[in-house]
Design a protein around this ligand. Structure first.
Ligand SMILES: Nc1ncnc2c1ncn2[C@@H]1O[C@H](COP(=O)(O)OP(=O)(O)OP(=O)(O)O)[C@@H](O)[C@H]1O
Ligand SMILES: [Mg+2]
Length: 451
């Protein structure tokens, strides 16, 4: 007898389940995705003991007939694609027909579901991949899935889980990102008896961001809306003064699929270059809409990354969308646009259209030797010249930008003077002056009106 044998089906299923269901948060992600694909407008997630004792996801989507409910938990059973070609333009979040099979293989699993047309609903109970019961049941339209004792039959997986705190944190993270990604859906998230998140489902992204990031964030987001070469970029990004110490507050959705993609994160951060100090990251919720035929969603077992046929193009368009929004913001703040760093990720970005429109061009830095070889007396005059600088606006317009050093220092010349500007410090100074002007105005108001 040979050494090689085909594995038994239950072993195959366990191996496959291990890829899809890494931790409790993976279950929550898959079940939310299913609810969204089912057109739900209300999704409730309840967990007990970091999701290990219980995860319940309730939706008001289209539900399943009795026949579908039983098939749904089989491997490779899906209503979302039919043939290989469909993989080229997946319009739903799910497509592999794996999630319910995987989850029910590693838990005690109960599915309750009903369509609008059926009088009765269906209950399917599965334990470690074995169907235990299929019966009619009274339940509202939609689907409820209860996952108990996750990994009860998979001790190795249990051992590799992190602390309950970090597992519940990962679940909260998943729910939060979906809540941001789907402002039309009302999400409720309970951990134990505690309601941790509730979103109104009124298609107001800023409102959801303020629920999640705190009320004070409300005025600190800029809207982005940009379209180029058939790719759309929408969403909100934080103004440069509102940053965080990690990338945690950045979410990217490509055709509404929540993904992690290094290239997109890089494009976002490059767009802020010079406006935020290193170690600080902007907050952003970005929606990219792109022809699904230019993407491959079938690249990761958890569907959490995506491949683009032209990744550089996508990154560049995202970069442009963000730069435009930042350029508008700087203009509103009356800050010179060259605060948008001169360092460019792509050569094409060097001459950003917004900068060109306003007559600003970055030029290759010239050797500065000439300036510094001037006799001291002349340099003294240059310093004296500072006293008679024209007003701010004209001054910046006449300033010639030479380049940027270390992504931080802008080198510019005006007349015979060379300026080295610490971009971030200057930005902070402008904000400081705004705040003090504001306080002064308020003081005057009170002095005048309350005496
Ligand atoms: N909440 C739900 N409401 C209605 N139908 C559902 C729901 N969850 C699952 N289904 C049905 O069950 C099928 C199987 O679900 P499952 O999550 O296993 O696969 P999928 O979503 O098609 O693909 P993937 O494995 O990529 O998630 C789905 O195709 C869908 O028809
Ligand atoms: Mg699915």
């Amino acid at each position: 007898m040979g050494k090689i044998e085909l594995l038994a089906q239950d072993v195959v299923n366990q191996i496959a389940a291990g890829e899809v269901v890494e931790r409790p948060a993976s279950v929550v992600k898959e079940l939310i995705e299913n609810a969204i694909d089912a057109g739900a407008t209300q999704i409730t997630v309840e967990i007990k003991e970091a999701g290990l004792k219980e995860i319940k996801v309730i939706d008001n989507g289209v539900g399943m007939t009795a026949q579908d409910a039983e098939v749904a938990i089989a491997r490779h059973a899906t209503s979302k694609i039919r043939q290989t070609d469909d993989l080229n333009q997946v319009a739903t979040l799910g497509f592999r027909g794996e999630a319910l099979a995987a989850i029910s293989a590693v838990s005690r699993f109960t599915l309750l579901t009903k369509t609008a047309d059926d009088v009765a609903g269906t209950r399917v109970i599965v334990e470690g991949g074995q169907i235990k019961e299929v019966s009619p049941v009274g339940c509202p339209r939609g689907t409820q899935i209860l996952v108990e004792d996750l990994f009860f039959n998979s001790q190795p997986r249990r051992k590799f889980l992190k602390s309950p705190r970090s597992e519940s944190g990962a679940i909260a993270d998943v729910v939060t990102r979906f809540a941001l990604g789907y402002p039309k859906v009302a999400f409720r998230y309970y951990s134990g008896k505690r309601l941790n998140l509730s979103t109104p489902g009124q298609d107001d992204l800023l409102e959801i961001a303020s629920i999640i990031y705190g009320k004070e964030s409300r005025g600190q987001f800029l809207q982005i809306s940009h379209a180029e070469d058939g790719i759309e970029v929408q969403g909100i990004i934080s103004d440069p003064g509102f940053t965080r110490a990690s990338r945690y507050y950045q979410s990217f959705f490509v055709n509404r699929r929540l993904i992690r993609n290094y290239l997109l994160s890089r494009a976002l951060e490059n767009a802020y270059q010079g406006l935020v100090t290193s170690g600080h990251y902007p907050c952003a919720i970005i929606f990219l809409t792109i022809d699904p035929r230019s993407t491959d969603v079938n690249v990761h077992p958890t569907k959490s990354d995506i491949r683009f046929s032209d990744p550089q193009l996508v990154a560049r368009i995202l970069y442009h969308g963000i730069r435009d929004a930042l350029a508008d913001y700087l203009q509103q703040q009356r800050m010179p646009e060259f605060f948008l760093g001169a360092q460019a990720e792509h050569p094409q970005q060097k001459e950003h259209p917004r900068l060109q429109e306003r007559g600003l061009h970055f030029q290759t830095a010239q050797p500065l030797i000439d300036t510094f070889e001037q006799p001291f007396s002349e340099r003294g005059e240059m310093i004296a010249e500072r006293q008679s600088l024209p007003d701010k606006q004209a001054f910046f317009q006449k300033m010639r930008l030479l380049g940027q050093v270390q992504g931080t220092y802008i080198i510019a010349e005006y007349g015979e003077a060379v300026f080295i500007i610490d971009q971030h410090a200057a930005h902070e100074r402008i904000r400081y002056e705004e705040i003090t002007a504001n306080i002064k105005q308020k003081k005057e108001f009170f002095a005048k009106n309350i005496s």
